[in-house]
Design a protein around this ligand. Structure first.
Ligand code: FAD
Ligand code: NAD
Length: 404
């Protein structure tokens, strides 16, 4: 019998989880497994706010893919996926192409700017390791430049964060700890620095527990963040942003604008002709693209409806990893032509949002927590993600052990 070709696109949480689980389940003679990723490293997307603020070195958030895959069973290709041609079972890469019998699409998220003018050109987004490095360096450049100019431009020291969702709040939590360090380093009066968070909804962290939201906003305000709630970013310019609250329009001059107000699935989904909403394909119960029984879609490129609320689950690493685990099991069923495909049943354990390295808020197994307890829990969650993919040795290498 011909060995099927299994191609996995993307080595984020969903793709890498699929790969490491599948390599344990199938023998060398059962399938050819190929993993494709832009870089030869995996990064912890859930730690990128730390690398962006500069509170964690970017090398701490990534590790070589070679450390966790079994090279006897998995062929790794470092390349960028351009397009999938489902009718011909082909994947077009920047430097070649691959054919598949079974495909897993796990290409993750991109920033969604909703067509707002100027955001693509002038704002930064926390999207990957290199984008995070650029944000850290840009902020540092603004601080370094401030005192070298004869005519001081205070707006250099204004940082705007668009969106008070989990990404915006976690980034602010790091930034408020980083700014005092930068002020000391570059001889800057801390009172000159402004950190402004602009959120369109009537509250920060819309939909999250109001008491915990109050805790987070209070903590960030005490550390210097100005919140503009119920205010939408309408435009980004080389000098800052234009916002609107009802009929009131305001210009805020800022040297740095971080757009953390929306994500979408990969552009490859649209390029490949899948029916999708903002790059997210509504998958069948077994995680396959409708009409394509040999294509699985996991992570932020997939859309799964929560039947209790009739709304899509928010795209999270938690879901991406659970999907990867199931996807590996379903691939093993198809490869062996034995057993039955299992439907995806998310097991949401909770949400913890960090507020710097020593504080956090969260709801875990239905229980509210905040402060050092929540912060400890957040680090345990980060370490667990490492453990699930690379076992104890990866936790020892990359884990977070400084708890307070
Ligand atoms: P990703 O993790 O984004 O991985 C995609 C992979 O595909 C990457 O390796 C990328 O390099 C590669 N790739 C992309 N395009 C191409 C291409 N064209 N060709 C080749 N390779 C490509 N979720 C939680 O559950 N808990 C959290 O605490 C949490 N914190 C977060 C903090 C931040 C700052 C952010 C931005 C998100 C956070 N999330 C969190 C959401 C979570 O990170 C995502 O839902 C998750 O990363 C999705 O996993 P994925 O495997 O779909 O994609
Ligand atoms: P999000 O979509 O969850 O939040 C974006 C926020 O931006 C919303 O509050 C929205 O009202 C606001 N917004 C939208 N347009 C705006 C505008 N024009 N001006 C001002 N505000 C505007 O996006 P996110 O925070 O990047 O999160 C993406 C996904 O990653 C979510 O599923 C989230 O749950 C997940 N995530 C989880 C964690 C965690 O669990 N700790 C951390 C980060 C991200």
């Amino acid at each position: 019998m011909k060995k099927p070709n299994v191609v996995i696109l993307g080595a984020g949480y969903g793709g890498l989880m699929t790969t490491v689980r599948l390599q344990k389940m199938v023998g060398v003679n059962e399938a050819n497994i190929t993993l494709v990723n832009k870089n030869d490293y995996h990064y912890e997307t859930t730690w990128l706010h730390e690398a962006s603020a500069g509170t964690l070195h970017h090398d701490r958030v990534r590790y070589p893919i070679a450390d966790v895959i079994d090279r006897n069973k998995v062929n790794f290709v470092k390349d960028t996926v351009v397009k999938i041609v489902p009718d011909e079972k082909r994947v077009i890469l920047q430097n070649g192409e691959l054919s598949y019998d079974y495909l897993v699409v796990a290409l993750g998220f991109e920033s969604e700017t909703f067509g707002i003018k100027g955001l693509k050109e002038y704002a930064f987004s926390i999207a990957n390791v290199n984008a995070s490095r650029q944000i850290r360096e840009h902020i540092e450049y603004q601080f370094a430049t401030y005192n070298t100019e004869e005519e001081k431009r205070d707006e250099r020291l204004t940082i705007v964060v668009g969106g008070a969702g989990f990404t915006g709040i976690e980034f602010l939590g790091e930034l408020v700890n980083r700014v005092p360090v930068l002020c000391r380093e570059y001889d800057i009066d801390p009172h000159k620095v402004r950190i402004i968070c602009v959120e369109a909804a009537p509250t920060a962290l819309p939909g999250f527990d109001p008491e915990l939201v109050e805790y987070a906003v209070g903590l960030l305000e005490r550390k210097g963040v100005e919140f503009k709630i119920g205010t939408a970013i309408k435009e980004c310019t080389p000098d800052g942003i234009i916002v609107a609250k009802g009929d009131e329009i305001e210009e805020i001059k800022a040297g740095t604008v971080i757009w953390a107000a929306g994500v979408r699935g990969s552009y490859v989904i649209d390029e490949s002709g899948f029916e999708a909403m903002r790059g997210r394909v509504k998958v069948d119960p077994f995680l396959r693209a409708p009409g394509h029984d040999n294509i699985f879609i996991v992570g932020d490129c997939s859309l799964v409806i929560n039947e209790e609320t009739n709304r899509p689950y928010p795209p999270t690493a938690q879901i991406a990893m659970q999907q990867g685990e199931l996807c590996a099991k379903n691939l093993a069923v198809l490869i062996r032509e034995q057993g039955e495909l299992q439907p995806f049943k998310p097991d949401i354990k909770g949400t913890v949002c960090s507020l710097g390295h020593d504080d956090a808020i969260g709801v875990v197994f239905g229980k509210k927590m905040w402060g050092t307890k929540a912060s400890f829990m957040k680090k345990m969650i980060d370490n667990r993600a490492l453990y699930l993919i690379g076992g104890p040795s990866l936790v020892m290498k990359k884990g977070k052990f400084k708890f307070f």
